[in-house]
Each structure stands twice: as C-alpha cells, then as structure tokens.
Design a protein around this ligand. Structure first.
Ligand SMILES: O=C(O)C1=C[C@@H](OP(=O)(O)O)[C@@H](O)[C@H](O)C1
Ligand SMILES: C=C(OP(=O)(O)O)C(=O)O
Length: 425
C-alpha cells in the first residue's frame, strides 16, 4: 500500500440490537483542568482515574517540561508542583485544552516557553486569549499571527486585573484565564463582549473545579467572571467517565433498538454529555438511571431533532450521525464555532453523510439532515476523533462503512476500536 493511502477500518455492523454495559475512561476536560490546578497548587495532588490519551499525555508532558513532577501511580497521576520554569518547548498536538489552558500558566514561568502543535493547531483560534494575556501584562511573541507557533516570555509573575474579550469562538479562552487567574498578582476579572459564549457547561466545570480547590470565583454578573488572587489547594479528584465519549455508545443502542448501560454515570455533573439524556430521549431513546449507571433503551424509533447545540457543541457529530439514520428531519443550529474545532465539523459532517447517500445541508451555524437511504463507503475522519466515532455509529447499521484513520480516536479515547468490538460481539 502506498504510504499516503488512508488506513481504512471496516466499521462493524450488527444484525440485531446491541445489549451491553461499558465502562468508559475519564473525562478529558476534567483531567486537563485538574492537571493545571495541580501544577499551580502549593502542595502535591492526586488525580484519580485520569483519562490517559493523546490530549492528556500532552498536558502532562507540557507541565513536566516546565518543572512539575507527574508520576503514574497505578491508575492515578501524582503531581508535585514547582514554580513553572523555562526555557521549555511545548507540543500542544491538536488539543484545545492544552493550546488554551497552558499559556496563562506559562506566563507565570521564569523564562521562555514556546508553543507549537499539529498543522491544524496553527489554524485554531487563540488570538483573543493572547490579546487578553497581553492586556494582563504578559509578553508574547506570535510574529503578529495571533496564532501558534508562539513564545511566551515569562517573567515569573503576571500582574493580572480586568480584561474584556470576545469568547464567542471558544469558551476555552475564558476557562484558560480563570484556571490560572488566582495566581496572577491582582487575580483576574474576565468580561465577555460579543455573540454568546458557547459551551456553558464547560465554564461551569471550570468554576466548580476552581471552587473545589479553594479559589474564590464570583459569577454574579452575566458574562463576567472574577477570580480573587490566592493559593490553589491540592487537587484530590476522582475523574468522572467522559460523557461526551459516551455519546457513540448510547447512540449504538438508539440506532439498533438495543440497550446500553454506561457505568458510573454521575448523578451530578457539569459535563455537557449529561445533555444526552434529554437529546437522545427526544430522538427516540428511553433513558433511566440504574444501579450500574445510565441505561438507554432504543425503542426501534429514531426521530430527528431540532436543537440549538451551542452549549454542548462537542456532541454534534454523534447527534448528526443519529440524525442521518432518523425517520424525520433534523435541524442543528448554534454551532458555528465547530468550524474551528479539530476540523470544520459542519462541512465534514455534511460531506460524509452525503457521501454515504444521505441528505445533509450546511447552515452558517449548523446543519440540516433529512432522512435518506444510506449505503456503504468510506467515511473520512479529518483527523477528528468525533468524526471517526460518528462513522462507527452509522456503520453499525449500514453495511460496508469504512472509517478512515480510526486511530485518531486516540485524542480522547485510545481503545475505541476495542471498546466498540466489545459492544458488537
Ligand atoms: O473546556 C473544555 O474542556 C472544552 C470546551 C469546549 O470548547 P469550545 O468552547 O471551544 O467548543 C469543547 O468543545 C471542548 O471539547 C472541551
Ligand atoms: C472540540 C474538542 O476538543 P478540543 O479540546 O481540542 O477543543 C472536542 O473534543 O470535541
């Protein structure tokens, strides 16, 4: 095979309903927040059951490069913090949480910290975050690009203060500033001005985890977040299963009329994946908490959905895959920012659904998916973990789907093919 040929993964097809239980690895978003807080705390932390994947390994490597000790102890990570120190050269891969959450921490370093990543990382927005950091007193050399690659000339402290930015492109700009803000001399007050900020649950997660680490966060005014300066307590956290990565597994029950239980689904969570309980109920599933976790039963009916997914954008690829198999049309809006995710997810979803014989159309901020008669074929993943798992969902009931580069799921779910094999056997 020529080296450039795409590696194709024949997506398993089932002849009947799936009926199984899965244990899923930890949340990417919680793991990488916990790691930042642990690195900024004054005493050692333990992050239990962290996600081990490309995005979280990149986070650990970045923190180590600036002097933190991150040690594997069984299934846990023990982190001994050290004041961040340069020079360091960091690889962010294509991890939004690394390319946005680490620069404010690097600004506290003594010395230079250089950032670069995958070609796609250079196209993903960081400009508003860099402008905000400069306003807070940080010296950054980005060659005027407003994007990676860049160097932060750390001076050991960051003055901090009040800053206004437009975070409509990514909630991660705000989370990034809040996560390190308590260590800025004056703390930080972040004010958003512009179209609505996406991914509200991820902002709630940032605030909840900061408060659990003893940081005072004022969220009393809409679109304003105030973090008081002060110490960050050691992190003692058991990371919840990744509920966004639960999406394709629950979808498997929905599209095959089967049953899927995701173990240890938290009763309280800030993860956006919790919205799947409502979204998949609207699409025809019956969802209930059981002693083991959360169970979704497919009823045999797959309905389309009309939904604004701004708050839970990362669920869009899986929702669109289910929509492609539904008996009624779907209209998904509010997710223009997905054009700057791992790939332009709106364009990619429409292209791939139509390539398999579906009927999808782009909207400026989402997509319409009408019922179609799907057939087998190649489903390209665009180096996007959620595109790859969406192809697997369609392939469960459409014979002959081949997902290109299934290994890209390693960004957040390294053993996806193994877990998936477990549900179809
Ligand atoms: O803070 C986080 O952990 C995340 C926030 C969201 O980013 P955007 O607001 O850029 O969509 C989400 O899509 C991403 O997968 C994880
Ligand atoms: C958008 C995503 O990731 P990132 O953290 O790289 O932004 C995602 O996981 O869907």
């Amino acid at each position: 095979m020529p080296e450039s040929a795409p590696l194709l993964w024949p997506a398993p097809t089932v002849s009947g309903p799936v009926d199984t239980t899965v244990s899923l690895p930890g949340s990417k978003s919680m793991t990488n927040r916990a790691m930042i807080l642990a690195a900024l705390s004054e005493t050692p932390s333990v992050v239990r059951r962290p996600l081990r994947s490309r995005d979280t390994d990149l986070m650990a490597a970045a923190l180590r490069a600036m002097g933190a000790d991150v040690t594997e102890t069984g299934a846990d990570w023990s982190i001994t913090p050290a004041h961040p120190t340069g020079p360091a050269v960091l690889d962010v891969g294509n991890a939004g949480t690394v390319m946005r959450f680490v620069p404010p921490l690097a600004a506290l370093a003594r010395g230079d910290v250089a950032f670069d990543g995958d070609p796609r990382a250079r196209e993903r927005p960081v400009g508003p975050l860099l402008t905000a950091l400069r306003a807070l007193g940080v010296d950054i050399d980005d060659g005027g690009r407003g994007a990676l690659p860049l160097v932060i000339h750390g001076r050991g402290t960051v003055p901090g203060g009040v800053v206004t930015l437009d975070a409509s492109g990514s909630s991660q700009f705000i989370s990034a500033l809040l996560l390190s803000g308590a260590r800025f001399s004056a703390g930080v007050e972040v004010r958003h001005e512009g179209p609505p900020v996406p991914s509200q649950p991820h902002l709630d997660m940032t605030v909840e985890m900061l408060r659990a680490a003893g940081v005072s966060v004022d969220t009393g005014t809409p679109d304003v977040w105030r973090v008081s300066p002060g110490p960050i307590k050691a992190v003692e956290i058991e990371v919840e299963p990744d509920l966004s990565n639960a999406a394709p597994f629950l979808a498997a029950a929905l599209v095959t009329g089967g049953t899927m239980t995701v173990r240890d689904w938290p009763r309280h969570t800030t993860q956006p994946g919790d919205a799947l309980r409502t979204l998949f109920t609207e699409m025809g599933g019956a969802v209930e908490f059981t002693d083991n976790g959360l169970t979704l039963r497919g009823t045999g009916e797959i309905r389309g959905i009309t939904a604004d997914l701004r708050e839970v954008g990362e669920l869009t690829p899986t929702i669109a895959a289910v929509a492609a198999l539904a008996s009624t049309p779907s209209r998904i809006t509010g997710v223009a920012h997905l054009r700057k995710h791992e790939t332009d997810r709106i364009s990619a979803l429409v292209t791939e659904i139509n390539r398999l014989g579906g009927d999808a159309e782009e909207l400026p901020d989402g997509l319409v998916v009408r019922p179609g008669k799907l057939h087998g074929g190649v489903f390209s993943s665009y180096d996007d973990h959620r595109m790859a798992t969406s192809g697997a969902v369609i392939g469960l009931v459409v014979p002959g789907v081949e997902v290109e580069d299934i290994a890209t799921t390693g960004k957040t779910l390294p053993d996806f093919p193994g877990l998936w094999a477990g549900i179809v056997s």
